[in-house]
Design a binder for this molecule. Structure first.
Ligand SMILES: Cc1cc2nc3c(=O)[nH]c(=O)nc-3n(C[C@H](O)[C@H](O)[C@H](O)COP(=O)(O)OP(=O)(O)OC[C@H]3O[C@@H](n4cnc5c(N)ncnc54)[C@H](O)[C@@H]3O)c2cc1C
Length: 335
């Protein structure tokens, strides 16, 4: 366990903004987490930090940041079709996916190369290329910050939804997830290549978990900026969901608007398209701009401050609302 006071957060967030934390504690064992939390008088606010790939710091954090680094991947059950694995929160999500691919365990290959740690994956029910965490999720273990009681929550109890879960509502800032259990498949035939970029490249070919993972990685590398080169948090906004009457209104006014039907009453609209239509594609203000290949990604070209990024994001939000009467909602946590 290492405690650093007045700690620079620059290397702890993928926007690469240089704010400070009053205290940052790096913890690599769950036992040390209990020791730390029980000694702490808990007057200070607390934030659990994974890879910092979904957080925008706009000011110093006047509290305690817990950076959880516990490691381990354990195969805890197995039958002829599936394996149940328990993965510690401090594992890198992509290292875990690569482990699954190497062992020929299916289910997470579409989620290759998503930055961040395993412990954060349930928070927003990470998703990509037609798969969400909830599709393979079994349960997660953790600690309630106030009482220090341990918990284990099932998939149903986590209330997963599009980029959300109970950890963003009832349990917001109340829990520390210490491990996640996932059910992976041994099947060699149960693939999801419905997503356009995957179908185009893989349809008709003999599929393997590795081929799908490799293709996802190729597409992601061509579309998304590497935070090491350009600070970013992936999609800044969620794709907005509108009801049928709003959808009909939009379709009448903007016949090209891309959408995805969720059910008979709800439609998901492409936030990237909305932003693109507002001419933000090549816009740059000081060190902040949108990524040329993907307008949903806001990037730090160098030394942008968190406040500059937030200001730019708010400008996008206001313009989209002005043109489409759609309120974009941030996917990124703003602090
Ligand atoms: C280039 C790029 C591409 C991306 N692509 C995708 C994508 O395709 N799909 C997608 O869903 N996301 C994507 N993201 C967003 C991000 O990678 C995910 O949200 C990821 O799960 C965040 O993990 P993290 O460890 O960095 O979390 P952090 O940013 O550190 O934290 C995010 C939230 O989780 C909480 N948290 C973190 N760990 C714990 C824990 N152990 N217990 C309790 N709370 C915790 C934090 O307090 C915070 O509220 C992308 C980001 C980048 C930079």
């Amino acid at each position: 366990m290492e405690v650093v006071r007045n700690c620079s957060l620059k290397k702890f967030n993928t926007f690469n903004v240089d704010e400070k934390a009053k205290v940052l504690v790096e913890i690599d064992k769950v036992g040390d987490l209990f020791t730390f939390l029980s000694k702490e008088n808990q007057k200070d606010k607390m934030l659990v930090l994974g890879g910092g790939s979904n957080i925008l710091f706009t000011k110093s954090y006047e509290g305690i940041i817990i950076s959880l680094k516990n490691k381990g991947i354990e195969l805890i059950d197995e039958d002829e079709n599936n394996v149940l694995v328990e993965v510690s929160s401090g594992e890198s999500w992509n290292d875990f996916v690569l482990w699954a691919v190497e062992n020929n365990f299916g289910g997470v290959e579409n989620l290759s190369l998503i930055p961040g740690n395993v412990g954060a994956a349930p928070i927003q029910n990470i998703g990509a290329y037609g798969v969400e965490l909830k599709d393979i999720f079994h349960s997660c273990k953790g600690i309630m910050i106030d009482s220090l009681n341990e918990f284990e929550l099932t998939k149903e109890e986590c209330e997963f939804n599009y980029r959300s879960s109970i950890f963003k509502s009832t349990y917001k800032n109340k829990t520390i997830i210490t491990s996640v259990k996932l059910i992976l498949t041994k099947s060699k035939h149960n693939f999801n290549i419905e997503y356009k970029g995957l179908k185009e490249n893989l349809l008709g070919k003999e599929l393997t978990i590795k081929k799908i993972s490799d293709q996802v990685i190729r597409i992601r590398k061509s579309k998304l900026p590497d935070p090491k080169s350009y600070g970013n948090c992936g999609s800044f906004f969620k794709n907005p969901i509108v009801n049928i009457s709003k959808h009909e209104y939009l379709l009448n006014k903007f016949p090209d608007i891309p959408f995805f039907k969720i059910d008979n009453n709800n439609y998901k609209i492409s936030a990237a398209w909305l932003i693109d239509q507002c001419n933000f594609k090549n816009k740059k203000v000081k060190d902040v701009g949108v990524y040329s290949n993907q307008p949903l990604v806001i990037i730090n070209h160098g030394n942008a401050k968190g406040k500059d990024i937030l200001h730019f994001a708010n400008e996008i939000k206001g313009t989209v609302y002005g043109n489409f009467e759609i309120e974009l909602e941030e996917e990124v946590l703003i602090l």
